[in-house]
Write a protein of this length. Structure first.
Length: 513
């Protein structure tokens, strides 16, 4: 080895870190560390608590969504022997590091490495991508990674031949299957890929070959467990998701859907994404790379905006469509970074805004400093309530000796409260849901298993309503002293407790009513 080799290596490493690939590596490491800190400050949200607690019983699929996110949380809990929030969120945080790399690779393949770097930056700055989907236990995390993996493989497949083509097409199919195994809406993006093959002249030749159909077969095989589970459970998951957008016509609701998406993405990121998408749409199939992204983005954006005419559409549902527009914005930033001071100012300001917002939110959840500034909140009005774990409920029930009471079940009236209670109790008592909206609890927490047992009802509703609705389920219902959910030592929510003596057979009839 040359005598000056020890000097050349650090210089080479420093030079590499200045390249787009090196800067992406720094971005991935820095954001991974920041998300670990952020995740450790927050309790599990409503959906997270529900997925972790209801997902303790491993299934081929689940009521709300396909299984991959549920399996990830289950695996983290069992491998680490812990249900601490940061432990459960760790696979999702690590997966978003992969998502960032895949965004860089996809955009680099289409528009160059500099564009790839800026696309990765935009991905991490948009809250719906870089905060919630990047660090929380949600189906969107594995969905985004799988969609970007499928798109990256598709780009390589379209440019390849022979055996290499087979590998890339099958890789795209496998990733598409993983996307479907994360969330049903992945089917819209897959539909967009088929639309691209039909409308782009150069790529249309693939439809006469076996490669795309082999990719579709691979995706179907991976999705097969979800179909089997649904067939065994009367297609309940498909019926539930399909029924969420059924209702009366609401002409103004698409505007609310778009405004909500703008808030989730940040308006100054949302608007440029749509502008880039519109410009690419105007170019049409003559610009192959941009047309591919438009075809992948359009189905989720159009479908969920249109669906909001008839039903309530959550603002993040269309995020896979916006995800596929991020490479276009990354390319625009790369072309204007040096010449436009406004672009540099916007990115710097957005970085500061996101970091400040996350810091304030995390410290408020951890330390509850806001009441010291504006005064105590009324019970149930704490803005951080959704990400506070109900561990104080577990401690209070333990102090009263209820956790050690034999043959006692705990009941909530909604899936959301059942998830919070079940996660807090850590499996020490079985949790069921007496109300009509039980979701996964209606399939795995059977009421028949607890007939004849006493049931501790934990709810926010008063005694009169409990007796009026559920009197026939028990020999008698006894009110107990309420329990208080604490947020950093301050009362945040009061829960009413009732002891139902001897659960009757009629429980399932109640849930169906």
């Amino acid at each position: 080895m040359p005598l000056n080799a020890h000097r050349q290596l650090p210089r080479a490493a420093a030079a590499w870190l200045k390249t787009p690939a090196g800067r992406v590596a720094i971005l991935i490491v820095a954001t991974f560390a920041a998300r670990l800190v952020f995740a450790s400050a927050l309790g599990l949200g409503i959906d997270e608590s529900y997925m972790v607690a209801a997902g303790r019983k491993l299934q081929l699929s689940y009521f709300d969504h396909p299984p991959i996110a549920w399996w990830m949380a289950w695996a983290a809990a069992h491998l680490c022997g812990s249900e601490e929030p940061v432990v459960l969120r760790l696979p999702f945080i690590a997966l978003f590091a992969v998502t960032t790399f895949l965004m860089y690779r996809l955009t680099s393949a289409l528009f160059g490495r500099e564009a790839g770097f800026w696309a990765a930056v935009v991905l991490n700055l948009a809250p719906v991508f870089g905060i919630s989907s990047a660090s929380w236990i949600l189906p969107d995390g594995p969905l985004f990674a799988a969609l970007l993996g499928a798109a990256s493989c598709l780009v390589a497949a379209l440019r390849s031949n022979g055996r290499t083509a087979w590998g890339w097409w099958l890789g795209s199919g496998v990733c598409a299957g993983l996307a479907l195994g994360s969330k049903y809406s992945a089917g819209l993006t897959i539909l967009g890929a088929a639309g691209f093959l039909l409308t782009e002249p150069t790529s249309r030749r693939w439809l006469a070959l076996l490669h795309p159909y082999a990719a579709g077969l691979a995706a179907s095989v991976i999705f097969l467990p979800v179909l089997i589970w649904n067939a065994e459970n009367d297609w309940v998951s498909f019926l539930f998701q399909g029924g969420r957008v059924a209702g009366w016509l609401h002409p103004l609701r698409p505007i609310a859907t778009l405004v909500g998406a703008a808030v989730f993405l940040l308006p100054w990121i949302w608007a440029p994404l749509l502008v880039c998408g519109f410009l690419a749409l105007r170019r049409g199939p003559t610009d192959r790379e941009r047309w591919l992204l438009v075809c992948l983005a359009a189905p989720p954006l159009v479908a969920f905006t249109a669906a909001s005419l008839w039903g309530k559409v959550l603002f993040h549902w269309a995020s896979p469509g916006y995800l596929m527009l991020v490479p276009l914005l990354g390319d625009a930033v790369a072309r204007n970074w040096r010449s436009s001071r406004a672009v540099r100012t916007c990115l710097a300001g957005t970085t500061g805004f996101v970091l400040l917002g996350c810091s304030l939110f995390a410290t408020e959840v951890k330390f509850n400093w806001l009441p010291a500034i504006i005064g105590d909140f009324r019970p149930g009005r704490d803005p951080s309530l959704d990400v506070i774990d109900w561990t104080s409920l577990r401690d209070e029930l333990a102090q009263r000796g209820l956790l050690a009471r034999p043959r006692l079940a705990v009941a909530a009236l909604r899936w959301s409260d059942a998830g919070k209670i079940d996660y807090a109790l850590g499996g020490r008592l079985p949790v069921i849901c007496l109300g009509p909206d039980a979701r996964q609890y209606g399939l795995t927490a059977r009421h028949d298993d607890h007939i004849g047992n006493d049931v501790l009802i934990v709810t926010r509703v008063p005694f009169q309503k409990i007796v009026g609705q559920y009197w026939f389920l028990f020999d008698s219902i006894e009110p107990l002293a309420p329990a208080t959910i604490l947020h950093a030592g301050r009362p945040a929510l009061e829960l009413n407790l009732f002891l139902g003596h001897r659960l009757h057979q009629a429980a399932e009839e109640c849930c169906a009513s």
